[in-house]
Design a protein around this ligand. Structure first.
Ligand code: CTP
Ligand code: CA
Length: 227
């Protein structure tokens, strides 16, 4: 396992990472979610911890383990829970990385009992969830705030507009339509964009190596930032 790229790049730094999908239930046995496995966010948490950071990992509904003693894991299920937890943790962290795939919509009504099937169609009305990353960008002070963008077309353009709109310091753009990139697998291909430089590509490699590369970009950009 290539998990031992230890160094002291982030010693003394506190890193908050969110990973995985949220689940938005409609009744006791059904929910809406998305294809995120959480692997990219968990790799980032591991990489940061191995670089000396004290990591808080806010995990959605994933099937992943964490054993690193520098990672404090908090499990959440819904976008609303992730919103609360991220805001509780936000002020005490130096670097915040939002790799989670948050549901944009949730059922407007949650039924207490299982919905029995009917002869006719079932229309579920959906309402917007809050954009957690946008809300963190809006209250950000000294944190270095990094978002992800999951796109299937015009990835660079969409990603860069999210960087500015959400007041981020950097964005990791993921074209999930490309083979070897995105949801579920053990590899990824991403483009890192900060506020001043040209886009930087991380070509096809393991999610853990992508995480190492991203943490190195972040370390460089925090050093370059004039505070
Ligand atoms: N995000 C969030 N809260 C939401 C939705 C998204 O914090 N309710 C965050 C994600 O964790 C990710 C970033 O925003 O870091 C971009 O998510 P993405 O789904 O690519 O973009 P959206 O802004 O939701 O726009 P759209 O899905 O319409 O492309
Ligand atoms: Ca979205």
């Amino acid at each position: 396992i290539e998990h031992q790229k230890s160094n002291t790049l982030f010693t003394g730094k506190k890193v908050l990472v969110s990973a995985g999908p949220t689940q938005e239930k409609v009744d006791p046995i059904r929910y809406f979610t998305n294809k995120s496995s959480g692997k990219m966010g968990f790799a980032i948490a591991e990489a940061a911890a191995n670089m000396g950071a004290e990591v808080t990992l806010v995990a959605g509904a994933v099937n992943l383990e964490t054993s690193n003693k520098n990672i404090n894991r908090i499990n959440v299920t819904t976008a609303a829970e992730m919103f609360e937890t991220m805001h509780q943790q936000f002020q005490s962290n130096d670097i915040v990385i939002k790799a989670a795939a948050v549901a944009d919509y949730r059922p407007k009504q949650i039924y207490d009992e299982k919905m029995k099937k009917q002869p006719n169609d079932w229309q579920v009305e959906m309402e917007r969830t809050k954009d957690i990353l946008q809300s963190l960008g809006d209250v950000k002070q000294d944190q270095f705030l990094v978002g992800f963008a999951a796109e299937t077309s015009n990835a660079l353009q969409h990603g860069i507009s999210k960087l500015h709109k959400k007041h981020l310091d950097a964005i990791v753009i993921n074209d999930v339509s490309v083979d070897g990139a995105g949801f579920g697998g053990d590899t990824n291909i991403v483009t890192y964009v900060n506020k001043s430089q040209q886009p930087e590509e991380v070509s096809l490699t393991s999610k853990y190596e992508v995480a190492n590369r991203l943490m190195a970009f972040i370390a460089r950009d925090m050093k370059d930032e004039v505070k």
